[in-house]
Design a protein around this ligand. Sequence first.
Ligand code: GRG
Length: 296
Amino acid sequence: MTIQEKIDRKVTLIEGRLDIYLQKENFVGNTLAEAMRYSVFAGGKRLRPVLLLATHELLDGDCEEALALACAIEMIHTYSLIHDDLPAMDNDDIRRGKPTNHKVFGDGFALLAGDGLLNYAFEIMLNNSLHYQHHIVNHIKAIFEIAKGAGVHGMIAGQCLDLSNEGKDIDLSTLSMIHERKTSALILSALMAGLILNNPTQQESEAVCLFGSHVGLSFQIIDDILDIIGDVKKTGKEIGRDVLKDKATFPKFYGLEKSKKIVNSLIDEAVDSLTVFGQKADFLKEYAIYLGKRDY
Ligand code: GRG
């Protein structure tokens, strides 16, 4: 099976379950359901849920047990994109190749769709944990990991740092801190949540942690690179927004070629960090290499 086929298999599972969670009959307000579905099914890469299922597999976990968490993390990620696109934040018109949520449903419903997805994600994860009483502590630990990655110590902290440094001349360590919180934190929590469900050893947790921080940073650097040389038809969002806003990015500090080299060495280190898992990490290693070459 090719890496693309392996990814597609996971994505099909995730999207099938997301479709069930987001059936319109589950919600009182039709517009709320439509607005949530609109962004969730606008065509994301499903990076975070795929990573969560992949680390769950590292220790032979049952996919069904982790699927709710995988869907929940995609909902949390989608909420962050909806809110980030709002006029009060980045004021973007296109996301995932379509008009942004507020352009279609208005600012109020976009806010509520984001709030709805965030809260529903925790409802789904907690409800799922009740079906796995024998693993309930693992589930609480996994949900805690996701709450930390998404919340005031993770992604929201990164967004705050980003907002408060807008228009300022920041140094590389501040930029790295923004990337670490805003982008890597949720990616890392997806990886750790999948792993934690199966009682990893300290060595296994440290290996995945290292993998996550390298993949997370490389993912954001590629995002910065694609903002310069990407194709809107592939990325699904406007190009040149960082330059327009004079945002600090890796390409701004290092130039394009050096930034690409940094990505390559981060991916190499990520792959090396998974040695402890032997062949069981083959998918994650291939996926990291695949992500390192992405142009979308
Ligand atoms: C808490 C409101 C709020 C925002 C959090 C995630 C975020 C901060 C803002 C979104 C904008 C952005 C560029 C974030 C950096 C992380 C990133 C590269 C997001 C895009 O993720 P992809 O490429 O998107 O996985 P798809 O659409 O494929 O799911």
